[in-house]
Design a protein around this ligand. Structure first.
Ligand SMILES: NC(=O)c1ccc[n+]([C@@H]2O[C@H](COP(=O)([O-])OP(=O)(O)OC[C@H]3O[C@@H](n4cnc5c(N)ncnc54)[C@H](O)[C@@H]3O)[C@@H](O)[C@H]2O)c1
Ligand SMILES: O=C(O)C[C@H](O)C(=O)O
Ligand SMILES: [Mg+2]
Length: 628
């Protein structure tokens, strides 16, 4: 036997590994023989690898069954979800998932096989990243809805069953005091982009705890596909501070911490520790906050935005995308953009996304009106905000601090025939808005009654934006909007829908109003500019670039956002706008061999070339072996 292996030039390390594997197999085969299993079964397995190498080796990997001491010993801490499982629980989880597959492979009527497609793509992602991203980039229209919204929502919901190999890092409340060392368990010396979530508000699906890691992975897939960030330099992160989802707290197979969420100072201390750890190891990284519940989204943004390279996608990315849509709706009426401050806008939903949009739209109106305090004050009267308690006015008790600037004066709305807490349909009936925008996470909120009321809009082309995700949380479908309000509307939804056949060869165009058209360009532009912060000006430049991207002809046809097949191009354009603004604000310090001064000398074409030269493409590199 020894001779045979020598002849085959198999190294002694591999020989040892083969022998140890053969012992395991033998032990399994003779499990009835007590004496054999006791002697062999208790002998430790010697491994010559640590960290991800172990998790990716099917011979040694135990997945979630690695004990905490093993995780510490083998540099695995943070590379697995925090809940240690027994092998029986692992099998139970796998079997339950297998049996559920047929029942759950469905997200809305659009694609009954979406989850099955996700599994196949995910397996490719685990085996061969270059090939995975080539498939994704070459077929982005078909597969973005699988790896990103809406299927990613279903994946997060089913995550405990779908979990096979870990991807990304998990920092849990149990890791307090350890994060600074744990961060070195990640194998890459360079990380450009982190997308982090605490799982507290995943799309419109609520608190999904540790299962929210899927959203960080999906967003980073778009960073690679759209922005050409090197996949070896992205890091999805889940900060598990517990969950308030009672079902998950009771589920014996849940992979996260089974305790209620940390609150107050304790919560902030965990996020602070995480930020300090990642910026210590990777000082130039950009951290995108994703799907944090509103009460933390704003606080954390204010806390970190002047100190670290970070932004909140739901607040700032969404604001820019919605603003581009609002300006597109003005252009689609054949009016100049400068007419924007005359638009009457009803927003349903006053969470992180809704308030982000309201702030950005109000500021833009004020700027167009002369950028004075009076202009800022008068812009406020263009918005009516309806949340779970109806129309928001100053008569409301316990108004959320971030929503307060949009609470209407009681006298003012009484003159419009409205009162505090008025229902959405009533508000639409009285206001006759130009735009109805939904960020409520309530599927079907734009009911027949609401849409009927919008028929009396004073606009020649009312715009309807059911922006909530995933598909079943959309406030209405395009069929409902076009059939009830009319063929002339502008339509944009957060999740993708097919265009609507209006008959007579006419098509009702369904735009996808999703922050995916901005966040990859914001990240890429910030990275390549070398700015230490993501400024308001850089975000505004990104939004204006998207707003101006569509041609007059397209806009008049109701096409106000690009198709996803153009996402790499729009991302490059957005990145160029971000870099240009960073240079103008004197924030650009450069990236790698391009220092800040060199960057300042580039013209627009050269900036685009610089961006394209730094975008990764999925091509196999030549690989050579080198001894340590
Ligand atoms: N399209 C995009 O790019 C995009 C970006 C960000 C968020 N979103 C979606 O927006 C939704 C909301 O996100 P969020 O972070 O603001 O959530 P959130 O939970 O913080 O806010 C939801 C808001 O909706 C309000 N609401 C609840 N029921 C309502 C009702 N019946 N009528 C009117 N308002 C009601 C709540 O009072 C709250 O103000 C999610 O579905 C998310 O997926 C979409
Ligand atoms: O994830 C998306 O598709 C958009 C947005 O970030 C959301 O939270 O819904
Ligand atoms: Mg989000």
């Amino acid at each position: 036997m020894g001779n045979f292996y020598r002849q085959m030039r198999i190294s002694s390390a591999l020989l040892k590994r083969l022998q140890s594997h053969r012992r395991t197999v033998a032990a399994v085969n003779v499990s009835g023989s007590r004496s054999f299993t006791t002697t062999e079964g208790h002998r430790p397995t010697i491994v010559h690898k640590r960290s991800l190498d172990i998790l990716h080796d099917p011979w040694f990997n135990k997945g979630t069954a690695f004990t905490m001491t093993e995780r510490d010993r083998l540099d695995l801490r943070g590379l697995l979800p925090p809940n240690v499982m027994s092998s029986e629980q692992q099998i139970e989880r796998f079997m339950a998932d297998l049996k559920r597959l047929q029942l759950s492979a469905r997200d809305g009527p659009s694609d009954p096989y979406s989850l099955a497609k996700w599994r196949i793509l995910n397996r490719l992602h685990d085996r061969n990243e270059t090939m995975y991203y080539k498939v994704l980039i070459d077929n982005i229209e078909e597969y973005a809805p699988i790896v990103y919204t809406p299927t990613v929502g279903l994946v997060c919901q089913k995550y405990s069953g779908l979990f096979r190999r870990p991807r990304g890092m998990y920092f849990s409340a149990e890791d307090r005091g350890e994060m600074m060392s744990m961060v070195y368990n990640w194998p890459a010396d360079q990380v450009d982009m982190i997308v982090v979530t605490d799982g507290s508000r995943i799309l419109g699906l609520g608190d999904l705890g540790v299962q929210g890691i899927g959203i960080s992975i999906g967003k980073l897939d778009l960073y690679v596909a759209a922005a050409g960030i090197n996949p070896q330099r992205v890091l999805p992160v889940m900060i598990d501070v517990g969950t308030n989802n009672e079902n998950l707290l009771k589920d014996p197979l849940y992979l996260g911490l089974q305790e209620h969420r940390l609150e107050g100072e304790e919560y902030i201390a965990v996020i602070d520790e995480f930020m300090e750890a990642v910026f210590t190891r990777w000082p130039h990284v950009i951290v995108q906050f994703e799907d944090f519940q509103s009460k933390w989204a704003f606080k954390l943004l204010q806390r970190y935005r002047n100190e670290y390279r970070m932004f909140n996608d739901d607040v700032q990315g969404t604001a820019g995308v919605a603003l581009a849509g609002l300006l597109g709706a003005v252009r689609a009426q054949g009016r100049p953009m400068i007419d924007f401050p005359k638009m009457k806008i009803v927003v349903a939903g006053a969470g992180s996304a809704g308030i982000g949009v309201l702030n950005a739209a109000r500021k833009t109106m004020a700027r167009m009106l002369g950028d004075t305090e009076i202009a800022f004050e008068s812009a406020r009267s263009q918005f009516w905000v309806v949340d779970a308690n109806g129309l928001l006015t100053e008569a409301r008790e316990n108004i959320d601090q971030d929503a307060r600037p949009f609470a209407r004066k009681v006298k003012e709305i009484e003159r419009q025939g409205l009162t505090e807490g008025a229902k959405l349909a009533e508000v639409v009936r009285q206001v006759k808005p130009d735009v109805l925008l939904g960020l409520s996470a309530v599927g079907g909120l734009f009911s027949k009654e609401v849409l009927e009321a919008l028929k009396d809009s004073t606009s020649t082309r009312p715009a309807i934006f059911p922006m909530s995700n995933p598909t079943k949380n959309a406030e209405c479908t395009p069929e409902e909007a076009f059939s009830i309000v009319g063929d002339h509307i502008i339509f944009g939804s957060g999740s993708p829908f097919d265009n609507v056949d209006l008959g007579n060869g006419h098509v009702g165009h369904c735009n996808q109003a999703n922050n995916m058209f901005l966040f990859p360009g914001i990240g890429l532009g910030t990275l390549l500019s070398g700015s230490k912060i993501v400024s308001d000006g850089m975000l505004q430049a990104a939004a204006e670039c998207l707003a101006a991207y569509m041609t007059e002809e397209e806009v008049l046809q109701g096409i106000i956002y690009p198709s996803i097949s153009r996402i790499r191009d729009i991302t490059k354009e957005v990145a160029a706008a971000v870099i240009t603004e960073a240079i103008e604000e004197d924030l650009a310090e450069g990236y790698r061999e391009m220092d800040g001064r060199e960057l300042q000398k580039l013209n627009q074409d050269e900036i685009r070339t610089y961006i394209m030269n730094n975008m990764w493409s999925p091509e196999y590199p030549t690989v050579v072996y080198k001894k340590d």
